[in-house]
Write a protein that binds this ligand. Sequence first.
Ligand SMILES: Nc1ncnc2c1ncn2[C@@H]1O[C@H](COP(=O)(O)OP(=O)(O)OP(=O)(O)O)[C@@H](O)[C@H]1O
Ligand SMILES: O=P(O)(O)OC[C@H]1O[C@H](OP(=O)(O)OP(=O)(O)O)[C@H](O)[C@@H]1O
Length: 215
Amino acid sequence: MNKDWITFAMPKGRIFEEAADLLRNAGYPLQEDFSAGRKLIVEAPDAGMKFFLAKPMDVPTYVEHGVADIGVAGKDVLLEEQRDVYEVLDLHISACYLAVAGLPEQRKERVAPKIASKYPNIATQYFKAQGEQVEVIRLSGSIELAPLIGLAERIVDIVSTGKTLRENGLVELETIASVTSRLIVNPVSYRMKDKQIDDIVTRLSAVIKEGSSSS
Ligand SMILES: Nc1ncnc2c1ncn2[C@@H]1O[C@H](COP(=O)(O)OP(=O)(O)OP(=O)(O)O)[C@@H](O)[C@H]1O
Ligand SMILES: O=P(O)(O)OC[C@H]1O[C@H](OP(=O)(O)OP(=O)(O)O)[C@H](O)[C@@H]1O
């Protein structure tokens, strides 16, 4: 673990810009072309931070293993991955929710209906808690396709505007959990770099509070 720099696992994709803007607003100078190239390690010397640009689903893995001190991950990813990390702050960005969806007229279902999802652990736990026996099929994306072509009766996926469900003739059946992005911290880093990490949490919290009171 690097002693001086804070190593930061940042999710590429839709969370990235919002998370980078939060850090800038909190006073950490990140260059504008931060994610413009294809570099996967980007240094921000003035912020004392080194960023690893990772797949969103992998961020908790980097933080659990301590190669990144901190990271940003969706609550969906944290529920799915169940990694040994501290969840220290709700960043209130990338808001969406996890839901069960399917075709409006559910055909008479088989004994253990098929559920397609990129969140197999969340789906398994949810239906177990409901007392329903299902077969979970893992997919990596375009989950809404599964009920349309007969791979699964229902899906467990993220809903934000509901546009993807609507445009594919699917309806939401049950809500599972609301989702926002969280700041996560490696437990050892939290002890070794407590001052630096507390400073980041304090500064981000102030920006999040300002944002919510002005909206
Ligand atoms: N439609 C959405 N609106 C708002 N937030 C979303 C939406 N879809 C996903 N998210 C949130 O953003 C996070 C990252 O989503 P993104 O689509 O960038 O990654 P991904 O689908 O895991 O990556 P990839 O497409 O590279 O496999 C999710 O874990 C979730 O917390
Ligand atoms: O309710 P909406 O605003 O339509 O957003 C929901 C969609 O966004 C996500 O997909 P993403 O765009 O990440 O693509 P993916 O299917 O490849 O994961 C999610 O998996 C839904 O498909």
